[in-house]
Ligand binder design. Sequence first.
Ligand SMILES: NC(=O)c1ccc[n+]([C@@H]2O[C@H](COP(=O)([O-])OP(=O)(O)OC[C@H]3O[C@@H](n4cnc5c(N)ncnc54)[C@H](O)[C@@H]3O)[C@@H](O)[C@H]2O)c1
Length: 436
Amino acid sequence: MADRYLHFTGTAPGRFLTRRLGLPRPAPLRRWSFGTPTLDGPLLLLTAGASALDGPLPDTGLETVASPARPAAVVLDATGVTTAAGLADVHAALHPVVRSIAPCGRVVVLGVRPSADDHHQAAAQQALEGFVRSLGKEIGGGRTANLVRLASPAPDTAASTLRFLLSPKSAYVSGQVIELTDAEPEFPADPDRPLAGRTALVTGAARGIGAAVAEVLVRDGAHVVCLDVPQAEAELARTADRLAATALPLDITAPDAADRIRAALPSGALDVLVHNAGITRDRRLANMPADQWSQVVTVNLAAVLDTTDALLAAGAVRRGGRIVATASIAGIAGNTGQTNYAASKAGVIGLVRSLAPRAAAAHGVTVNAVAPGFIETKMTAAVPLLIREAGRRMNSLAQGGLPVDVAEATVYLAHPASAPVNGQILRVCGQSLLGA
Ligand SMILES: NC(=O)c1ccc[n+]([C@@H]2O[C@H](COP(=O)([O-])OP(=O)(O)OC[C@H]3O[C@@H](n4cnc5c(N)ncnc54)[C@H](O)[C@@H]3O)[C@@H](O)[C@H]2O)c1
């Protein structure tokens, strides 16, 4: 279902009316394409206080300049801000430039994890979160603001995260905090095909977000196995053919699902496992039959737990592997009529947070989740009109995201250099007001 309001606000009468009536004015978002892979302008690098980093920032794909008139992106290194007084440096750095950032530009603040032993440092670093979330709400024009917390002074640990956040690939990610570990990133030989030689499996890949994830994985060089229910076999075959991927018609809740997945993998093992299959069966709890409750929990959560356990136990996820699950902002905020769905998606968040450090230690595998907000797919096209309009507008970018936005976030988490990104729940929601 096309967003007609977004189109209307781009016309002259639309601009006039929305300004006069004070209505949301979504800006068309700039997305990645082969022709225009980076933001349209240079990167302005600023520091608040003395940096705690032990070297220069990794290559972000953007030209770095000292004081451009119109930067497309600003990175503020606030790793050295350890006191309330030091926060004045954050204001001093960004206040003079915030108005000059180009449309669809980016602000990324670099911080460190708040300390458990130093409450002054913790206060100053936590302050950056409130700062970034507020800036995301006021900056407008398709611009985004995000915070990255480093666990080590090595700037390389932030390489893939900075590249993602400073590119059109993160168009629908704003107001977020990404916490890194000190794990060593792996840099691929060919930066344009970082997943070359790797095998990925995407569940629910016949259509919607899953098909977009498969497409971006293929773009980045992976061999992809697309899994979906046998009832969707024709659509699955079309998607797989289009992408030169392998189709695997299989219900992920089947008791032998993990074995059949392994049998379908070229060498019985994979590098990237994307748990995207999901269903809704919405009703208020008072009206919800037990079977609708359990269908949703079984597909969205139990199958994710079971296949993850079985594939890890069988050694079928290679070292350096990536598991990306699909949560939802409903699993963070809750939603009327979605007790079953929100429970299942909150369960996914619990799974990720608990398993991530253990999977990294035991298998060298990261475990993260994307948490989409309102994404334009068949699932959301079925939502009643008024609720759909509210879902689209109730975020800082005043529009729904596209499947490719979730796909780009997923593939960033799957990147070899994303080893330091572990246990994160990355919201792809345009900074939705829900659960904010
Ligand atoms: N669209 C949104 O706004 C949104 C928001 C938050 C989260 N999500 C999540 O993103 C994921 C994809 O959503 P979508 O909007 O693309 O949905 P969709 O309904 O368009 O696609 C889901 C796919 O999963 C498949 N599937 C369902 N049950 C399966 C099973 N048992 N085994 C294998 N495949 C199965 C379906 O056949 C379908 O092709 C889901 O997990 C969903 O909960 C979507």
